[in-house]
Design a protein around this ligand. Structure first.
Ligand code: 0L1
Ligand code: MG
Length: 261
């Protein structure tokens, strides 16, 4: 069985993103690849992006809803990292020519005012450490053909991170009930998906707590100033050039972008 060359696979994923090129899932060639191997590849990919001069905005959680895990045929949440080059201004343009086969999902993000280090972190700890909640549209763009991957593949591919649009309004968490907070996602004025915060591990703060505890296993932590996507409240929807994508979040405001060629 071939040894897994983490650097080589990370570089393949990096080039696939840069060249907008679909890959066959890594586990087709390395069926023995574990989740630990996959995070080792992701770490190298993240290091390469940093050496390329990009800055991390924050970590993100993915596959946090039962529906998403079922849709993707996997059974545990994952994390990845959002970089500065991925951020699109609210109301701005997402260029399809830069992406492979993007989908969009409605999420909320937490902006921390304190560092948080696991283990033992709960949703209550996260809410106490959060300065603001901000609505978001995450654009995921798996580097694998037809979004066909297993859990290690998608972890290695930085959890399909690609673009994100944050809303313009920042809301302190104390006035919010994030589990019953709803969001709707529409394309060209046609409703496409609905969801609530409870779809994210029962409460979005639980997802951020799980992230803190997962990072702690490797000595990592959440940092004050991190902007952290909690996971999708809605299913992920394909969009095409010319589409206007719009999300309305209870109490948090709106987020939108235009897809251009
Ligand atoms: O943000 C996420 O939920 C990551 C999803 C990874 C799976 C996918 O590409 O759909
Ligand atoms: Mg997501």
């Amino acid at each position: 069985m071939a040894a897994i060359d983490y650097d080589m696979l990370a570089n393949e994923l990096r080039r696939a993103e840069q060249e907008k090129r679909e890959l066959v899932r890594l586990t087709a060639q390395y069926p023995e690849m574990t989740v630990e191997d996959a995070y080792a590849i992701q770490e190298r990919l993240v290091d390469m992006k940093r050496k390329d001069g990009y800055r991390i905005i924050g970590p993100k959680m993915g596959l946090t809803s039962a529906a998403k895990m079922a849709q993707m045929g996997v059974n545990e949440p994952i994390y990845g990292y959002v970089f500065d080059y991925m951020v699109v201004p609210n109301g701005g343009a997402v260029a399809m020519s830069e992406l492979i086969h993007p989908k969009v999902e409605a999420e909320i993000a937490f902006i921390l005012k304190q560092d948080v280090k696991g283990p033992g972190i709960t949703g209550a700890h996260i809410l106490a450490a959060t300065e603001y909640i901000v609505p978001a549209l995450e654009i995921i763009d798996s580097r694998y053909a037809n979004f066909h991957f297993t859990l290690p593949d998608v972890i290695a591919d930085n959890a399909s991170s690609s673009r994100v649009v944050f809303g313009s309004r920042l809301t302190p968490p104390r006035s919010l009930e994030l589990d019953v907070l709803g969001a709707s996602l529409s394309i060209n004025g046609e409703a496409k998906a609905f969801g609530a915060g409870a779809a994210v591990l029962g409460h979005p703060a639980n997802a951020i707590a799980m992230l803190a505890n997962m990072l702690a296993r490797k000595g990592g932590s959440l940092k004050a100033g991190d902007v952290i996507l909690a996971g999708a409240m809605t299913e992920a929807i394909r969009f095409a050039s010319g589409d206007v994508v719009f999300a309305l979040f209870d109490q948090l405001g709106t987020v939108s972008f235009r897809a251009t060629e």
